[in-house]
Design a protein around this ligand. Structure first.
Ligand SMILES: NC(=O)C1=CN([C@@H]2O[C@H](COP(=O)(O)OP(=O)(O)OC[C@H]3O[C@@H](n4cnc5c(N)ncnc54)[C@H](O)[C@@H]3O)[C@@H](O)[C@H]2O)C=CC1
Ligand SMILES: N[C@@H](CC=O)C(=O)O
Ligand code: NA
Length: 815
C-alpha cells in the first residue's frame, strides 16, 4: 500500500480538492488501497492560531471564524450532491461550535495555553479530512474519516510533541486491521497525550504523520503531493533554469533541505528513512509528472551534483587566538556552548594553522553568540589568548550537494572557477566530511548571480545563457540582432547556448529587460519605452544587474566606449567589439586592457577589428600561441578600398564607386576613415601588436591614396565634393594602371617590427592581383609557413559578414 499525503494548497479550494480526489480515485481504482493524509485547508491553521491569539488578547475573532466556516461550507456546496450535504454541514457546524466555545473561554480568561492552542489548530485537519472523506464517499463508499489523535500517541510537549513509537505502532496496526477494506482519510499533524489531550507534531507535522503511518504499515511508498514538480536543482524563483530531480538519496534530500529547499522538512521523514521506504514528491496540479523519488541510494545519474541550495541571510563570526584555538577542548567548549543556547551553526571552517575558526549563524543569533563567547572565554580574552570575536553581516551561504561529488574529482574546482569568473568573492569554504556538500560564504548581493553561474557550471547539459548588453544599433548592430533572432532556436536546441540581449543603447535611447529583449521588435521597444541614452548610466546599470556570463558588445564607431572597457573588465564582464578604437589607441591602453581582462578571468574578443568576419585575429593568435615566429605580414585590409579599386574601371567615376561602397555598408560611418587610410592603419597596428610589437600609430608609415585637398575636407559632404573636383587625378591613376596592365592595390606590410601601407600598381604575377568585391587578403610568412605563406582571403567588409564575426565571438565567450 501507499500513503498519499496532500498539503494545504492541495486542499485549498474546490478545484484543488477535485484534483486530489481524482488522484486518490485513480490509485484506488488501480487496487492500490492507499491511505490518505490531508493537511488543513491552505491558510486555515494560521487563521485558527490568529483567532486564538486575538481571543487571548481580548479581541474579536468572530469574523475570522465565520470566514473559515464559510470556506468549508462553500466546498461542500460545490462538491457534494444536495442529498448528501446535510449531515456534513451538521458535523462541520459541531466542529465550529466547539471552536467558538473554546475561543470564548480563552477570551474570558485572556489566557492561551500551548494545550488550548494545539486543540484549536487541530480543527483545521479535522474539518478538512472529515469534509474531503465525505466528498470522496459519494463515489467510494469505503471512504472513512480517521482522527489521528486516537492513534498517534505522544508526550505532552504541546506544539512539538514527541511520538510514543511502540504505542502508536500498536494502535495504527490495529486500525489498519480493523479497516483493511476502507479508504482512510487521516488527519495530519495531530496526536494526543496519555490523557487523550490533543497535541500537535510541530513543523512539517502532516509529513510526519504520513511517515509514521507509512513506517508502521510498511508502505511501498509515501507520496507527498504538493504544488511543485518535486525537488528542484535550485530555487526556481532565482534560477530560471532549475529543473526537477528524478532521484535523490535521503542524505541528499537532507542536505538540500537543510540549506533552504522547502519542499519537505526532512526530520519528519526519519521514520520512513529508517525503514528505507521511498518518498515521492509529486505535484497535485501536474499529476502526470513523475516528480522526485527520495530513496536510500542516490540512484544512477550522470549529474555531477544534485542541486544548489542556499541560505540568503547569514552572519559569520571569526575567532582567532594563537594561545587558544587548536588547543584540545576549545572547539568542544565553543560549540557545546552554542548548542546549549540553541544557536544553530550553519557551517564551520578552521584555518590550517588552526589559529582561527570561522562559523556561520543566523544573523539574529550573531550578537548573542558573541556575548556568550565573551562570557565563556572571559579569562582567555583578558589574557590575550583569544582575540575579540568579530562579526560580518550581509553574507549568504551557497552549497552544492550530491553524493556523486565524492567520486568525481574537480568538483570544487568547477565551483570556484564559476564563482571566480563571475567576480564573486568567497569569504569562507566548508566541505562536509561526508563530501556530500561543499559550502561557500559569499556576499549577499552576489547570491542570485552565484546561484545562476554555479547552476550553469554544473548542469552543462542545460543551456548556457549569455546576457548581452549591446551598444550601437546601426549597420552592424541591427544586422547582429537579425542574425541572433534567426539563430536563436538552433543555438538553443542544437548547441545549448541562449543569448539574451538584456540591454541595448544607441546614441539616442537605451532600454533594459533582464528577461531578454524581443529581437523581432527591438526597434519599437527602444523608441517607445527606451530612456534617454547615457553611456555612463548604461554601464552602471549593467554592473548593478550583476548578471552571470555577462558580455558587453560594442557595435559603435565611437571613441567613448573604449574609455569604459577597463572598468567593464573589472566588473567581470567580457567584451566583444567590432570597434577598433580601443585596440588602436596607445600601446599602454592596449596592454592594460589585456592584463585587466586576464586578471578578471573574462574574454576580450575583437575578431572583426581586422578583416570583418574573416578569421585573421584568431589565426594570428593561434600561430603565436603555438610558438611560431611571424616573419612578415602582407595584407589588403580595407574592404572599402578593395571594392573601390576592383570596381573603378570603365565609365564609373571614382566618386561613384566610393558612394556605392558606402551604400553597400563597407565604409566606416565616416568614409574619410577608409580613404584616408586610418581604418587600414588601425588594423595593421592591431595585428602588429598582436604579433608582439610594441608600436604606436605614429610609427606607421601611412601612404596616401587621395590628393591633399580631399584629406583636408572638414565634412563628409565636403569630402565627396572634393572627390568630384579631383576626378582627373583618379582618372589619371586608372589610366596609368590600365596602360601598364596592372591593378591598383593599397597594401600593408609588417616586417622587422615596422608597418608601412602604400598604394601600389601590381601585375598579374602578384598574389594580390586577383581580388573582387570587398575582398581582403592577408598573407602570413612565418618560421613554419616560410616557403609558402598562410593566406586568408575573402570579403572583408559588409554588415552580414561583420555581424557574423561579432556573433561568432559572442558564442565563444566563456567557452
Ligand atoms: N561595416 C563594416 O564592414 C565593418 C564595420 N566595423 C565596425 O563596426 C562599427 C559600427 O559600424 P556601423 O554599424 O557601420 O556604424 P553605424 O554608424 O551604422 O552605427 C553606429 C551605432 O552606434 C551608436 N552609437 C554611437 N555612439 C554611441 C554611444 N556613445 N553610445 C551608444 N551608442 C552609440 C549609433 O547611435 C549607431 O546606432 C564601427 O566601429 C566599424 O569600424 C568593423 C568591421 C567591418
Ligand atoms: N570600413 C571597413 C570595414 C571593416 O573593418 C573596411 O572597409 O574595411
Ligand atoms: Na576578422
Amino acid at each position: 500500500m501507499k500513503i498519499l499525503k496532500f498539503g494545504g494548497t492541495s486542499v485549498g479550494d474546490a478545484p484543488s480538492i477535485s484534483a486530489v480526489l481524482a488522484i486518490v480515485k485513480k490509485s484506488y481504482a488501480a487496487g492500490e488501497r492507499p491511505l490518505v493524509v490531508l493537511s488543513a485547508m491552505a491558510g486555515v491553521t494560521n487563521l485558527l492560531t490568529k483567532m486564538a491569539e486575538d481571543a487571548a488578547a481580548g479581541q474579536s475573532f468572530q469574523a475570522d471564524l465565520k470566514r473559515v466556516e464559510e470556506r468549508h461550507f462553500a466546498i461542500v456546496k460545490e462538491l457534494m450532491a444536495v442529498k448528501y450535504q446535510n449531515p456534513v454541514y451538521t458535523k462541520l457546524k459541531l466542529f465550529f461550535n466547539e471552536i467558538e466555545d473554546l475561543l470564548q473561554g480563552i477570551y474570558a480568561l485572556r489566557e492561551l495555553s500551548p494545550q488550548s492552542k494545539d486543540l484549536i489548530v487541530s480543527f483545521g485537519e479535522r474539518c478538512s479530512n472529515f469534509m474531503v472523506s465525505k466528498i470522496a464517499a459519494q463515489d467510494i463508499p469505503e471512504a472513512l474519516y480517521i482522527d489521528a489523535s486516537h492513534y498517534v500517541k505522544t508526550d505532552s510537549n504541546f506544539g512539538q510533541a514527541h511520538v510514543n513509537e511502540s504505542l502508536t505502532d500498536q494502535l495504527i496496526t490495529a486500525l489498519a486491521h480493523a479497516h483493511a477494506d476502507n479508504l482512510l482519510f487521516v488527519t495530519g499533524f495531530i496526536g494526543s497525550n496519555e490523557k487523550g489531550r490533543i497535541t500537535t507534531l510541530g513543523r512539517g507535522g502532516s509529513d510526519y504523520t504520513a511517515a509514521i503511518f507509512g513506517s508502521v504499515l510498511n508502505a511501498e511508498a509515501i507520496e507527498i503531493w504538493t504544488d511543485v514538480n518535486g525537488m528542484l536543482t535550485a530555487d526556481p524563483r532565482i534560477v530560471k533554469k532549475a529543473f526537477s530531480l528524478p532521484v535523490l538519496s535521503y542524505t541528499e534530500a537532507m542536505e538540500l533541505s537543510y540549506f533552504g529547499a522547502k519542499v519537505i522538512y526532512p526530520p519528519t521523514m526519519i521514520p520512513a528513512f529508517l525503514k528505507k521506504i521511498p518518498i515521492v514528491i509529486r505535484n497535485t496540479f501536474d499529476p502526470h509528472f513523475p516528480g522526485t523519488i527520495i530513496q536510500f541510494d542516490a540512484g544512477k545519474t550522470t549529474l555531477p551534483i544534485k542541486g544548489i541550495s542556499s541560505i540568503a541571510e547569514s552572519s559569520v563570526i571569526n575567532l582567532a587566538g594563537s594561545g587558544m584555538i587548536g588547543k584540545s577542548g576549545f572547539s568542544g567548549r565553543l560549540f557545546t556552548l552554542l548548542a546549549r543556547e540553541q544557536i544553530n551553526v550553519v557551517l564551520i571552517t578552521q584555518s590550517s594553522s588552526e589559529h582561527s575558526i570561522t562559523f556561520a549563524v543566523n544573523p539574529d543569533d550573531a550578537l548573542k553568540a558573541v556575548k556568550l563567547i565573551e562570557m565563556e572565554f572571559e579569562l582567555e580574552l583578558q589574557a590575550n589568548k583569544l582575540v575579540q570575536p568579530t562579526v560580518e553581516d550581509n553574507l549568504s551561504v551557497l552549497a552544492i550537494v550530491g553524493e556523486n561529488m565524492k567520486k568525481t574529482p574537480g568538483m570544487s574546482g568547477r565551483l570556484f572557477y564559476a564563482l571566480g569568473r563571475n567576480g564573486i568573492n568567497v569569504r569562507a569554504i566548508a566541505q562536509g566530511s561526508s563530501e556530500y556538500n561543499i559550502s561557500v560564504i559569499i556576499n549577499k548581493v552576489d547570491l542570485a548571480k552565484a546561484l545562476n553561474a554555479v547552476h550553469d557550471a554544473f548542469f552543462a547539459e542545460l543551456k548556457k545563457t549569455l546576457y548581452v548588453f549591446n551598444l550601437g544599433t546601426g549597420n552592424i548592430g541591427s544586422t547582429l540582432f537579425k542574425q541572433l533572432e534567426k539563430q536563436h532556436e538552433f543555438l538553443s536546441e542544437q548547441n545549448d547556448v541562449e543569448i539574451k540581449v538584456v540591454g541595448v543603447s544607441n546614441s539616442r535611447k537605451m532600454y533594459f529587460d533582464v528577461d531578454g529583449i524581443n529581437l523581432s521588435s527591438w526597434e519599437g521597444t527602444l523608441e517607445g519605452a527606451g530612456e534617454v541614452a547615457d553611456l555612463g548610466t548604461f554601464i552602471e546599470k549593467m554592473k548593478a544587474l550583476n548578471l552571470p556570463n555577462c558580455v558587453f558588445v560594442d557595435n559603435t564607431a565611437s571613441k567613448l566606449p573604449a574609455t569604459y572597457y577597463e572598468d567593464i573588465f573589472k566588473a567581470n564582464i567580457s567584451i566583444v567589439t567590432c570597434n577598433k578604437i580601443a585596440n588602436s589607441g596607445t600601446f599602454e591602453q592596449y596592454k592594460k586592457l589585456r592584463d585587466t581582462a586576464r586578471k578578471h578571468g573574462v574574454d576580450f574578443f575583437y575578431e572583426t577589428n581586422v578583416g570583418a568576419g574573416l578569421p585573421i585575429v584568431r589565426v594570428l593568435k593561434d600561430l603565436m600561441l603555438s610558438g611560431d615566429q611571424i616573419i612578415r605580414i602582407e595584407a589588403i585590409l580595407s574592404g572599402t578600398i578593395s571594392y573601390i579599386f576592383n570596381n573603378f574601371k570603365g565609365d564609373a567615376s571614382f566618386y561613384d564607386v566610393v558612394k556605392k561602397a558606402q551604400e553597400l555598408g563597407y565604409t566606416e560611418p565616416d568614409p574619410r576613415d577608409d580613404l584616408g587610410g586610418i581604418d587600414f592603419m588601425r588594423k595593421m597596428l592591431i595585428l602588429a601588436r598582436d604579433a608582439g610589437h610594441e608600436i604606436e600609430s605614429e610609427d606607421v608609415d601611412l601612404g596616401a591614396i587621395l590628393p591633399a585637398s580631399c584629406l583636408a575636407a572638414t565634412s563628409v559632404e565636403a569630402f565627396y565634393a572634393e572627390l568630384l573636383r579631383e576626378n582627373k587625378f583618379f582618372e589619371d591613376l586608372k589610366e596609368r594602371a590600365a596602360s601598364a596592365n596592372k591593378v591598383i592595390r593599397y597594401i600593408g606590410k609588417l616586417e622587422h617590427g615596422k608597418v608601412a601601407i602604400a598604394l601600389e600598381l601590381v601585375d598579374e604575377n602578384h598574389p594580390f592581383y586577383a581580388l573582387s568585391g570587398s575582398d581582403n587578403i592577408i598573407s602570413f610568412t612565418t618560421e613554419r609557413y616560410k616557403d609558402r605563406p598562410l593566406v586568408v582571403k575573402g570579403p572583408g567588409a559588409g554588415a552580414e559578414v561583420t555581424a557574423a564575426g561579432v556573433f561568432a565571438d559572442l558564442v565563444n565567450v566563456g567557452a
